[in-house]
Design a protein around this ligand. Sequence first.
Ligand SMILES: NC(=O)c1ccc[n+]([C@@H]2O[C@H](COP(=O)([O-])OP(=O)(O)OC[C@H]3O[C@@H](n4cnc5c(N)ncnc54)[C@H](O)[C@@H]3O)[C@@H](O)[C@H]2O)c1
Length: 264
Amino acid sequence: MPAENQNALSKRALVTGAAGGLGREVAVQLARRGCSVAITDINGEGLGETARRIGEAGAECEIIVADLTQEGAPEAAAAKVVGRWDGIDILVNNAGYGVIEPFLDATYEAWTRTLALNVTALAMACKAAGRVMRDQRSGRIINITSPGSRMALPDYTAYTASKAGVDSITRAAAVALAPYGVLVNSLAPGMMDTEMQRSTEIDLARANGRGDLQAFLDERTRRVPLGRRAEIAEVAEAVVWLCLDAPQYMTAERLNMSGGLDKD
Ligand SMILES: NC(=O)c1ccc[n+]([C@@H]2O[C@H](COP(=O)([O-])OP(=O)(O)OC[C@H]3O[C@@H](n4cnc5c(N)ncnc54)[C@H](O)[C@@H]3O)[C@@H](O)[C@H]2O)c1
């Protein structure tokens, strides 16, 4: 077995929002490190492709198609992992939703949908996996937040407020689970060209009356101190580091992977 796989031997992981983007990449990298990986998402077709790549890495995979905003769905996903592998060592709360909407045109529907996934489902997943990890006296939870959680973005407030909620839940869950040796951290990715990011920026350009999409995207990229957008793979590497390699004394931490955009 390659040396890099040894510390992941038989670790059981659950990754939410794994039908594409960052979640798929995290799931596949965990599989390459020797983990058994359960993947959940509302998009069953995308999960099929992620499962194929996990299989290529030689790892076991459990597919859980679910709308995580439904009451009981995050808990059911955690229970399915326990049913298959008898425990959960890693939870990556990656599923996310956001919609561009000027603050003064805010709709109940957009706020409810955003908070239901990014806050409530994430908290319920932390609770469900956290209970399993408490009983095991080990485990790691990584919540995907955003640099936006600390910015004033009047066209994206439901999303940024939801990610501020993620930061708050991360701190609370870290303290709740610390007595049992369970670590809870978050990671804030910079701009990655995923499906979600691209459709958000197209809507943002429209909301700002910008027809010149490429120039708009380039301006946003230039705001990143490192001068480029993040590769999905490099952000996933940092998530996997938190899952498998970060020191056991690191909890309640927020790791910024935004090329210098987020500085504290
Ligand atoms: N792309 C970026 O630039 C960026 C920046 C900062 C933070 N993030 C965060 O990274 C995470 C991953 O985003 P991504 O960019 O890979 O986008 P993505 O759209 O590829 O991934 C989000 C996934 O969540 C799934 N999902 C949506 N609603 C769901 C529901 N109700 N139930 C179950 N699954 C559902 C989607 O099907 C999708 O597969 C998100 O939490 C996002 O907020 C992304």
